[in-house]
Each structure stands twice: as C-alpha cells, then as structure tokens.
Design a protein around this ligand. Structure first.
Ligand SMILES: *Cc1c(COP(=O)(O)O)cnc(C)c1O
Length: 391
C-alpha cells in the first residue's frame, strides 16, 4: 500500500532536540555512561505544593472537561500575574491556557498566519517556530545573527525584512537556544518598528524568570497600549516551575485573536488537563522560593561551563544572560555542527544539540539544566574530543 502523506506533514522533520534527548536516554538505558547536554528541561523536580494541589484535585474528582480555554480561576491567576509582574492589564477573556507553551505558539500562528503571509524569525531560533509557520501555510523569513552581536537582531535588520506580506515577528527573550537577553531599550526599538509597520509580535517569554548578572526582562507589550495591541505573549509553566510533563502553557492576546484561538482549541484539543490546571493555580499563587535556589544553581553551572568552554582551543563562547543554555561557537574546530555532535556522542558519549537545528551551523547548544558533576565530566570529554581532532 502506498500511503500519501499530506504535503504539509511530508516536509516536516521531527524535533531534533527531542530526538537527541531520547537517543541519549536510550544509550543510558543500555548501560552506557552518557552525559546529556541535550535537555530542554530543568533537572529539578516540580515543587511539592504544586503536585499536592493537583493530587488533591484528582482525589476530589476534578477529572472532567473544563472550559476549552482553561478554568476561570487559572485565567484570573494568569491575568493577576501579568498585572503584578509585567504591569499589563488583561481581562481573563484575553488569556488562553493551552497544552504547553509549544501548543500556545502553534495556536497563535494558526490563528494569525496563512498562505502568502511572511513570518520573521531571528536565528538562532527555537527549532519549532519555522516548522509551525510552514504548517500554517505561511513562509518563514529568517534573520541571521552571530555571537558578535550576542545573537541579537538589530532594528535595521528587522526594518529591512518587513514587506507588505509580513504578518508576524517571532521574538524570544531570554532565548532558547542562545541564552541571550535583549535589554529593554533594544526590545522597545524592535517593538516600535512593528507598531509603525502594523506587524504583530509573538513574544515568547517562557524564560522570563531565568536571568543572570542583573539582566532584566521587559515584555514588549508593556511599552504602550499600542505595543500591547500588537503583541501576543506566549508563556508556560515548563521552565520556571519545572512542569514540562504537565503540558500547560498560556498566552495573552488582543480579544479578537484570543477568540479565534479559543475556537481553534475547542475543535482540536478541547481543554488542557483538568487537574494539571489546579496545580498551575498553586504554581502562580503559592510561594516562589524554589526559583531563588534554582537560579543560584544555574548561575554556578553557567559560570563553570562558560569558563571551561572558552578554555578549549577552537571553541569560543559568549556568556548567556538567561534561560539555561550556552551556545558555543565551534567553527575553530573545522567541523560543522551535525558532524561535531554525532562524533561527540559516538566517541565520547556526550549529547549536545547541533546548531543547525536552530539555523546556526557554526554552533552547538549546551544545556546546563544538569548537575555540576555531570557538566564537569561532559565538558572534560568535550575538551579531549576537540583536542583529539587537532592531533
Ligand atoms: C520550552 C519552551 C517552550 C514551551 O515548552 P512547553 O513544554 O510546550 O511548555 C516555548 N518556547 C521556548 C523557546 C521553549 O524553550
């Protein structure tokens, strides 16, 4: 039987980060001593009070369908979060809870983009953005950046890329995969251009709370009512509350867009998991002290890894200011990223993600969401791998 795969799916390749992570896990299961730098998730457990709230909800029989855009209590808690932390006023009707931040992104793109539309995506990008844009029938327009500008697009670059077909600008600060954090002034300059040109911004702020060296997060929506009217904020519980497996994300959008997304969601996934939403209410309204100790750990690992990477001949690395990734430049080793990572995994049992997955072939992504002992071991191996190339 010849199966015809629809064009929109046939051109997709599965997420390389998930693939490398599962390959590393499989090698581990086979008893091999693998060090995984591939993970896009915190190594800390979900805080206990969040789990307790979900368990209580389950025990109390909170196991049925909820409203498709989320329970009112959670949408209110999210609106309160935006007021408290970002100075932004949203009605609960502008908030949609989805099955993960990834799902929130996909909903936004499906609701706003179609055939003939262009979507501007700075590279290195989170690898799902261009695929989602293609699934919606629209065309990704990639703006390349390098470590020389800390992987930041300039206002001139953005302005030059905008055409009458530009529908959406996808912006992610703090960034996965680079860990870059734009300053408020830089964010405002990009936002101003989008407002002037009538381009919507999808601002993925899922790493908002993971910042180092005094870096600050500022939502592009917060500069003026016009900026807010041009912005859809995407966020989720995966990173700052370590709830990756719970599959809960959220977004805040202008009312007509929120309404369109509610309709899409009601016909595709219905509601996000009922009792997980009760856990999310506890995440937002409960104590946040876990974050301080996690950030302390991440900061130590980041400093160690950044120094170690820069001590390896052929590798240079700008320090990250947010998230839990470093994005070292490997061009001095003479290898491109896919071969580098394949050989590193084969020879030294170290899993890292090739930069080509993020649109940047001279780099690899190192996640430091893993213990310091692991980082030391893995980077020692990476060091001898690179030195072996020179020999
Ligand atoms: C992790 C992540 C998300 C959302 O992940 P979910 O697990 O779907 O909540 C969104 N954007 C970026 C850039 C991420 O790294």
């Amino acid at each position: 039987m010849q199966y015809k795969i629809a064009r929109r799916a046939a051109s997709l390749s599965p997420s390389l980060t998930l693939a490398i992570d599962s390959k590393a896990k499989q090698m581990k299961a086979e008893g091999l001593d693998v060090v995984g730098f591939g993970a896009g998730e915190p190594d800390f457990d979900t805080p206990q009070h969040i789990k307790d709230a979900a368990v209580q909800a389950l025990a109390a029989g909170f196991t049925k369908y909820t409203p498709s855009s989320g329970i009112p209590e959670l949408r209110q808690a999210i609106a309160d979060k935006f007021r408290r932390e970002n100075g932004l006023e949203y009605k609960p009707s502008q908030i949609i809870v989805s099955c993960g931040g990834k799902h929130s992104c996909y909903n936004v793109i499906l609701a706003t983009c179609e055939e003939g539309d262009e979507v501007i995506i700075p590279a290195p990008y989170w690898l799902s953005y261009p695929e989602m844009v293609k699934l919606a029938g629209a065309t990704p327009v990639v703006l390349s950046t390098t470590d020389r500008t800390e992987f930041k697009v300039t206002p001139d670059q953005l302005r030059a890329a905008i055409t009458p077909r530009t529908r959406l600008f996808i912006f992610n600060s703090p960034s996965n995969p680079t860990g870059s954090v734009y300053t408020p002034e830089e964010i405002r300059a990009l936002g101003d251009i989008c407002v002037e040109k009538g381009v919507l911004i999808m601002s993925d702020e899922i790493y908002e709370h993971l910042l180092y060296d005094g870096a600050v997060h500022r939502s592009v929506a917060s500069f003026s009512p016009a900026h807010q009217a041009h912005t859809i904020i995407v966020h989720g519980f995966a990173k700052a509350w370590s709830m990756t497996g719970w599959r809960l994300g959220f977004l805040a959008a202008p009312e007509p867009i929120a309404k369109a997304i509610d309709a899409i969601q009601s016909h595709s996934t219905s509601n996000p998991c009922s009792f997980a939403q009760k856990g999310a209410v506890a995440a937002l309204t409960g104590p946040q002290d876990h974050l301080k100790s996690w950030l302390g750990e991440y900061a130590k690992r980041r400093t160690y890894a950044w120094q170690k990477l820069n001590s390896i001949p052929g590798i240079t690395c700008v320090n990250s200011k947010g998230a839990f990734y470093l994005f070292p430049n490997i061009s001095g080793t003479g290898l491109k990223s896919a071969e580098f990572c394949a050989r590193l995994l084969e020879q030294e049992k170290v899993a890292a993600v090739p930069g080509i997955a993020f649109g940047a072939d001279d780099y690899i992504r190192i996640s430091y969401a893993t213990g310091l002992a692991n980082i030391e071991k893995g980077l020692d191996r990476l060091d001898s791998f690179v030195r072996g190339l020179k020999a």
